[in-house]
Design a protein around this ligand. Structure first.
Ligand SMILES: Nc1nc2c(ncn2[C@@H]2O[C@H](COP(=O)(O)OP(=O)(O)OP(=O)(O)O)[C@@H](O)[C@H]2O)c(=O)[nH]1
Ligand SMILES: [Mg+2]
Length: 214
């Protein structure tokens, strides 16, 4: 069973009264909280507005599955962009959601709508996926061996193990000696390694670091 929630569009800042815009942003935020997978629908002729990136960050903060939809793709000739160029621009604008699938649609001509539904089902599966403990442990320990954490002076960060705690959303706990020594770039390295092996397409992953005495 699939339930679809349609939200009112969020207009560009300034084009209508601020009050109405504020209300439609709130409605979108409530809808994100109710969903498993969110489709962020962009208008190809307007590209991405600041409200679009705002909603995208909210989807990630709440760990919902995410799909980026480029609608009105029937206007591509007028817009003068091909798919690859458009994808490149979206990847640049939504760098923080690099794992989000991008789907091109024309609601007018109903193109890409089946692909969007298939993608939503796929992301739902990825978002619900559980990886066995020994597999995560092997992936993370080999990533750490390949590229050990940079040392911070005399203290050396050690990663002892990792496991997946929950699905929907996928959440992982890492057991380390010093929780305060995890830096953003090393966290991202671990996430990239995890995604190289298990994808988690469209699914934000939550990482927690717990102190552990060996
Ligand atoms: N060319 C083209 N026009 C589209 C497409 N999808 C929607 N439109 C047009 O965009 C306008 C708005 O369409 P709606 O379906 O009402 O858009 P919406 O995002 O649901 O709007 P609200 O719910 O009112 O915020 C209409 O004039 C549509 O015909 C599309 O894929 N291609
Ligand atoms: Mg509508």
């Amino acid at each position: 069973e699939i339930q679809l929630i349609d939200t009112a569009g969020i207009r560009r800042r300034g084009s209508i009264k601020q009050g109405i815009e504020h209300y439609s942003v709130l409605r979108s935020i409530r809808a994100v909280e109710r969903c498993h997978v969110a489709a962020l629908v962009l208008d190809a002729s307007e590209f991405a507005t600041s409200q679009d990136t705002h909603i995208a960050s909210y989807i990630l903060e709440t760990y919902r599955g995410i799909i980026i939809v480029v609608n009105k793709w029937d206007l591509r000739h007028e817009i003068g962009l091909d798919k690859q160029t458009m994808k490149g621009r979206i990847k640049e604008k939504f760098k923080f959601a690099s794992y989000a699938p991008i789907v091109f649609t024309s609601a007018l001509k109903t193109d890409g709508v089946n692909e969007l539904l298939d993608t939503a089902l796929r992301v739902q599966v990825e978002w619900s996926k559980g990886i066995p403990r020994p597999d995560i442990r092997r992936t993370i320990l080999s990533a750490v061996a390949e590229n050990p954490p940079p040392s911070g002076g005399r203290k050396v960060l050690k990663v002892y193990s990792a496991m997946q705690d929950t699905t929907m959303p996928p959440s992982f706990t890492f057991f380390v000696n010093h929780t305060d020594m995890i830096h953003f770039s090393y966290r991202r390295y671990l996430e990239n390694k995890l995604r190289q092996e298990y994808t988690f397409e469209g699914a934000p992953v939550r990482f927690r670091f717990r102190g552990w005495k060996r």
